[in-house]
Ligand binder design. Structure first.
Ligand code: GLU
Length: 298
């Protein structure tokens, strides 16, 4: 843990859609947590999956965050600019035998139900651009600790099996890139949506292999739509309208259980943020309760 290290947090959006209310909550929670602890806060664009990236989405996300008073304290990193770093790490693990090539077809993988049984682990497949690369899972279970969620223990060998760090289409896996980037940027605190809790043990395994200290984690509950579906870019949630920023920011603080005083409803962005930084209490969030969007609206 980094108790003596200055706080560095980040928001790491994927530009497969515009910033919507659900992603605003993750951005705001990470920002408030950083500022409350006099920390730095970075924006990193996770544009690994180019075919799924929407042109203009990165700019829209960065500009919308600015409308909400949130600016990166350092250069904004784009993962597309870091591909050689990801490949270098993969090459190293291929050399040491901690990773291997896999040519299992989609059909084969479907039979495994998401838990890879290690089919290609000992096949010594040669390098090929259209082979996936998998990282060998640890034999011992890992426990992810969180400031809000109960501890999550996962035995990766049975929960996921050896997992993909480069896909067959050559795209580097989120699990790998997120850890390499958080390490490179000195991130001490990861604040993000609870949909990523399940990924945390895989990421912890990568930290462990690299001999790096773990960040602290805070996974905030997800915002659900009235019909129970997760709000996401894929579901076409409405992009935020910058003209509505003060109103939306107030709603976001309510959604994050920060109980802003009603007088703050008509305040500008700077005033709302100032109050929210001073009063940030993530423990007021309930770990399991999903944030219902409907209850937030008038
Ligand atoms: N890029 C990921 C997403 O948009 C978030 C990654 C993270 O915060 O670890 O879901």
């Amino acid at each position: 843990m980094h108790s003596a290290t200055p706080y560095i947090g980040r928001f790491a959006p994927t530009p497969s859609g515009y910033l919507h209310f659900g992603s605003l909550l993750a951005a705001l929670a990470s920002y408030l947590d950083a500022r409350h602890q006099q920390g730095r806060w970075l924006i990193r664009v996770e544009d690994l999956d180019q075919p799924r990236s929407i042109p203009g989405a990165s700019e829209h996300i960065i500009e919308t965050l600015a409308c909400y008073g949130m600016y990166s304290d350092g250069e904004i990193i784009f993962q597309q600019d870091r591909l050689t770093t990801y490949q270098a790490q993969i090459d190293q693990w291929l050399t040491t035998g901690q990773a291997y090539y896999c040519d299992c077809s989609r059909r084969q993988l479907a039979e495994f139900n998401g838990i890879y049984p290690g089919t290609c682990r000992h096949r010594q497949l040669p390098a090929a651009a259209d082979h996936a690369v998998r990282l060998i899972a640890p034999k011992q279970p890992l426990t992810a600790l969180d400031r809000l969620q109960p501890p999550l223990t996962q035995d990766l060998a049975t929960a996921t099996g050896d997992f993909i760090i480069r896909r067959r289409d050559g795209i580097y896996a989120y699990q790998l890139a997120v850890v390499l980037d958080d390490i490179a940027q000195g991130v001490t605190d990861v604040v993000r949506g609870a949909d990523l809790l399940d990924s945390t043990p895989r990421q912890q395994w990568i930290y462990q292999l690299l001999g790096q200290p773990l960040p602290r984690y805070l996974h905030i509950p997800l915002l659900l739509r009235a019909d129970g579906e997760k709000l996401s870019k894929r579901l076409g949630s409405t992009p935020l309208d910058p003209a509505q920023a003060p109103t939306e920011l107030f709603r976001a603080l309510q959604a994050l259980a920060q109980q802003p005083p009603l007088a703050l409803r008509n305040a500008n962005i700077a005033e709302q943020l100032e109050w929210a930084i001073a009063h940030w209490r993530p423990q007021q969030l309930s770990p399991t309760q999903n944030l219902q969007q409907d209850s937030l609206f008038d």
